[in-house]
Design a binder for this molecule. Structure first.
Ligand code: PLP
Length: 387
């Protein structure tokens, strides 16, 4: 069968591939600890779930405005204004089923074939896929382990060209957990203004940061609101991955275009899901905050344990729920190491699932119980002993 060139190079996410391999081993009776799928292990807080159920029972199961319920757009604008220190109007907010459409549609709305888009490598695989489908030319820029996986600014400067139209940032990052510090954001912001390009800032882990150190948003820097698309959502902060609820914040004219794409491709986001999201934002935040405290405990436990394993070194991630240990001392590829660990009962992702610069690293999700993390460390020690 022949397909259009824009979809020919699409591949599934690495996490699903490893999950399928792990499940095949489980079907043979093997016990596998799952540290490959990046989602909270906590249930959706019950007050949020109850709001969604009540909305279904009250018949909020119909079409609604493509850009989202006005009350939710208002709540998102209020929340983003307060947390990021910028003035956001509800008309700048586009609600979507999950954050992903707000990566995809703004890219589609801005990129002409041949336009260059800078994106992080290692990075969330949907960036490269989205850029390619939009007809853009992806220009990967490395993240530097030595700076806590911030952007390599020298490589960034070399990657800029007159064709650069969009810069994708992700802080805190999947897969490294790195946060881009303010001076680095200032450097990138200055370049974006000089080159008159857009910035797509994926801030879906903005509420998951540790040691009371928030991740700054590039949108809060002078001159940046008018050229930034903030992507965020409810999946990670409120443990709502399966509800599918996210949003983008962008200049109004772009929000209108993105809403039109959403109108024709999706229609709208389920109303009862949005009602649940409204409860998430307007209701008590203690459960969301308790999750972050627990992730921090688990991070400390896992990273300390990883650093005691032979030939492994791991920086403490400043955000998200991913550890990204360096395994280069073992001289195995990331794929080969992930495969050995899977055979030893621990499912992790090779760093290369996030781009070729992920070679030499693994991604471990610590949104898992302390017991499982402890068992995973024991199993990893056993695998490494036998190498
Ligand atoms: N951006 C990043 C960096 C992610 O890690 C994810 C999910 O793993 C998403 C976006 C997508 O979020 P959602 O499930 O809300 O579409």
């Amino acid at each position: 069968m022949t397909f259009a060139s824009r979809v020919r190079s699409l591949r599934p996410e690495g996490a699903y591939h490893v999950l399928a391999r792990a499940q095949a081993l489980e079907a043979q009776g093997r016990d596998i600890i799952h540290l490959e799928i990046g989602e909270p292990d906590f249930p959706t807080p019950s007050s949020i779930a109850r709001a969604g159920i009540a909305a279904i029972e009250q018949g909020q199961t119909r079409y609604n405005p493509p850009a989202g319920l006005w009350a939710l757009r208002e709540a998102i604008a209020d929340d983003a204004s307060r947390r990021r220190g910028i003035a956001v109007r509800p008309t700048q907010v586009v609600v979507s089923p999950g954050a992903k459409p707000n990566l995809f549609f703004p890219t589609l709305a801005l990129i002409e074939p041949g336009d260059e888009v800078i994106y992080p490598d290692p990075g969330f695989p949907s960036y490269a896929a989205t850029i390619r489908v939009a007809g853009g030319v992806g220009v990967p820029v490395p993240l530097l382990e030595s700076t806590g996986f911030s952007v390599d600014l020298d490589a960034f400067d070399r990657a800029l060209s007159p064709r650069t139209r969009l810069i994708v940032l992700n802080s805190p990052s999947n897969p490294t957990g790195g946060v881009i510090p303010r001076p680095d954001l200032e450097h990138i912001a200055e370049a974006a203004q000089r080159h008159q390009c857009w910035v797509l800032s994926d801030e879906i882990y903005a509420r998951t940061t540790f040691d009371d150190q928030p991740a700054p948003s590039i949108a809060s820097l002078p001159g940046m609101v008018e050229r930034t698309i903030i992507v965020d959502g409810f999946s990670k902060t409120y443990a709502m991955t399966g509800w599918r609820l996210g949003f983008g914040i962008m200049p109004e004219a772009l929000a209108e275009r993105v809403s039109l794409l959403l109108t024709h491709a999706i229609g709208c986001t389920a109303e009862f899901t949005q009602v649940a999201g409204l409860q998430a934002l307007r209701g008590p935040q203690d459960e969301a905050e308790a999750m972050v405290e627990e992730y921090q405990r688990r991070r400390d436990f896992l990273v300390d344990g990883l650093n005691q394993l032979p030939g492994i070194s791991c920086r403490k991630p400043a955000g998200a729920f991913y550890a990204f240990p360096n395994i280069q001392a073992h001289g195995l590829t990331s794929e080969a190491m992930a495969e050995r660990l899977l055979e030893g009962g621990v499912a992790v992702l090779p760093g290369t699932a996030f781009g070729f610069r992920g070679e030499g690293y693994l991604r471990l999700v610590f949104a898992n119980s302390m017991e499982n993390l402890a068992r995973a460390l024991e199993r990893m020690a056993e695998v490494l002993r036998r190498l």
